[in-house]
Design a protein around this ligand. Structure first.
Ligand code: PMT
Length: 224
């Protein structure tokens, strides 16, 4: 049984990886499966919120009742968020967008060269930082980020919280057992604007989603 305590609220959730093409047959990406973001979208939808799920390529079945927008590149994800941001109460950025993309995308398949010590060098340039952009232009919206780290979890997450002007950040050490990419569980630490750091034990991603949605709801209610 779910209480519909989020009726009238509108959330954007981003999930999954992005992909950046190199040529018509190759691309770069990362290990994100989309599970974390899909669980957040599901939790919001079940409790009555209107949820727009902006997802990079995943194999997951979208939760029933959410508006799914599929994207490939980080720029696609940025543009999709831009389209809906003004009319939402919260943006929850569980996605793992690629920070860099190849500067040049070849129109044709890149061929091996028949020479000794053949190498392929690809120059990568920066993609927009979606969380930082919307964190900076937000009005009343709540913007929640994640921090996927392999070292100095708290330090790096705090820096992202401030630099991206987020309302809170969900830090996960993706090198820990049962945490991060592809797993059904996660181990998170939430850091808020007051600098309060809360460590959570290993739990199902659906339980992490509930904690995040409860926190977002409270922040929205505090504003009105
Ligand atoms: O998808 P799963 O397999 O379930 O895995 C879950 C997860 C590990 C992907 C998730 O828990 C997580 O940590 N998501 C954030 C991944 C990430 O990109 O982290 P980051 O520390 O590089 O980025 C910090 C924040 O900025 C994130 O909210 C990210 O969405 C956002 N970002 C990053 C780069 C970029 N160009 N634009 C962004 O908005």
């Amino acid at each position: 049984f779910y209480s519909k305590d989020l009726i009238g609220m509108k959330f954007i959730v981003t999930a999954g990886p992005t992909i950046e093409p190199i040529d018509p047959v190759r691309y770069v990406t990362n290990h994100s499966s989309g599970k974390m973001g899909y669980k957040i979208a599901e939790e919001g939808q079940k409790r009555g919120a209107e949820v727009i799920l902006i997802s990079g390529p995943t194999n997951l079945k979208p939760p029933e009742g959410v508006q799914l927008i599929r994207v490939n590149t980080t720029l696609d994800m940025f543009n999709a968020v831009k389209e809906y941001f003004d009319r939402c109460h919260a943006l929850i950025k569980a996605a793992a967008p690629l920070d860099y993309k190849p500067e040049v995308v070849s129109d044709v398949k890149i061929k091996k060269k028949n020479i000794e010590n053949d190498e392929l060098n690809i120059k990568y340039i920066r993609n927009p930082d979606i969380a930082a952009y919307f964190g900076k232009i937000k009005k009343d919206q709540i913007v929640v980020g994640f921090a996927a780290e392999t070292n100095d979890l708290i330090e790096n997450a705090k820096e992202k919280l401030i630099n991206k002007n987020l309302d809170f950040i969900v830090a996960n050490d993706v090198s820990k057992d049962g945490a991060g990419f592809k797993e059904d569980t996660n181990v998170v630490t939430i850091i808020d604007r007051e600098g309060i750091i809360t460590d959570y034990p290993i739990m199902d991603k659906s339980e992490v989603a509930k904690i995040i949605i409860d926190k977002v709801k409270k922040l929205i209610e505090d504003k009105s």
